[in-house]
Design a binder for this molecule. Structure first.
Ligand code: AQP
Length: 335
């Protein structure tokens, strides 16, 4: 079987980027021929400071977002990472497999650490090793992610290959493939077409949150940065126009049309005309999800039950794989 694993950090409001690039696609995959395992990666979240109360809320809210987007706990495993301790256990082994030089090349660390590298947590640095553990703990074969995570999946393959080679177990860990598909693998900031839309961008105007109401969404799209030219009718007319391309891609992803088809329909229009159409489409796509999320958040105990059941199912797969890993490495297991 093809087994999918992917995770999302409970670090605050989910953005349209997380939705289109990740959650929406994850849910679509449960309808195909995959075993799907999705994780709210709370251990990853604390690589940067999280207020404990906020973290608890964000964890449940992210689970609610998955459910609101159509994730079915009968067909997919949904759980939060810290309830399956094998993630942290395998990550330690991988801390001893991955090389410092590999981690030094991770662009996300460079971006997130910024200039003040001496002061970031060591967890932020070894984050990719924990991500490798998340994936390999289930012998997952496919990892749906946005563009920004491609390098981390490649590192996961390097770790798997080195482990298999060092311990002489050629096929123990599979080489997982990143699955980066669709028109919204990299949704950009509404304020700067060269930066990705991100939960942690200091400007709320740069992103659309799944919890934004219709007015906020319309205002953010109206104020989104664009150039003064009308939309082109063909794709090559988007060359060098990052902001215009981004809005077209968002429209395409939300409508299920190709970007070409969006341009065929809207080419020649000024942004003053295209933006309201995009805002209407965004509101129509997002408001049922946020309404459902609010409803689900009214019964936190039920969300916790779903996460707990998911953790039990996940641990059932993970435990034998971790036990085998310990055995391969040479850990004595006497009880
Ligand atoms: N802008 C984006 N476009 C498409 N996909 C995106 N993803 C994130 N941003 C975009 C995808 O969402 C999944 C979950 O991401 P994450 O929460 O684990 O962390 P991230 O990639 O670091 O996302 P953020 O929103 O930028 O969070 P912060 O600000 O906390 O770092 C991943 O599959 C990712 O590719």
């Amino acid at each position: 079987t093809r087994r999918i694993f992917s995770g999302v950090q409970p670090t605050g409001n989910l953005t349209l980027g997380n939705y289109l690039g990740a959650v929406k696609r994850f849910v679509e995959m449960q309808d195909q021929d995959w075993q799907t395992i999705y994780c709210v990666v709370d251990l990853h979240a604390i690589t940067v400071w999280q207020d404990p109360e906020q973290l608890r809320r964000a964890t449940r809210e992210l689970a609610a977002a998955f459910l609101a987007c159509g994730l079915d706990p009968a067909r997919s495993i949904l759980f939060n990472q810290s309830q399956v301790p094998q993630h942290a256990q395998l990550a330690w082994i991988f801390n001893c497999v991955a090389r410092l030089g590999w981690l030094n090349r991770m662009t996300q660390f460079k971006d997130k650490a910024g200039k003040d590298r001496e002061r970031v947590s060591t967890g932020l640095y070894v984050y990719p090793n924990l991500m490798a553990a998340d994936i390999l703990l289930y012998h997952a074969t496919h990892v749906p992610v946005g563009e920004d995570q491609k390098q981390h999946v490649e590192l996961t393959r390097d770790i798997a290959a080195k482990f298999n080679n060092d311990y002489g177990v050629p096929d123990f860990f599979p080489m997982p493939e990143p699955v980066i598909e669709g028109t919204a693998t990299r949704v950009m900031s509404l304020r700067d077409g060269t930066k990705k839309m991100s939960k942690s961008d200091p400007s709320d105007m740069s992103r659309i949150n799944l919890t934004d109401d219709a007015d906020a969404i319309s205002q953010k799209i109206r104020k989104a940065r664009t150039d003064p030219e009308p939309l082109p009718s063909e794709m090559d007319g988007l060359e060098g126009r990052a902001e215009a391309r981004n809005l077209v891609n968002i429209y395409a992803a939300l409508s299920g049309l190709s970007p070409e088809a969006v341009l065929a329909e809207h080419g020649g229009k000024a942004f003053s005309e295209f933006k309201p159409a995009l805002a209407d489409l965004t509101v129509a796509s997002i408001s049922p999800i946020s309404a459902k999320m609010r409803e689900l958040m009214g019964d936190v105990a039920e969300i916790d039950r779903i996460l707990g059941r998911g953790a039990d199912q996940a641990a059932e797969i993970a435990e034998p794989i971790l036990a085998k890993t310990y055995e391969i490495v040479g850990m004595v297991r006497s009880r």
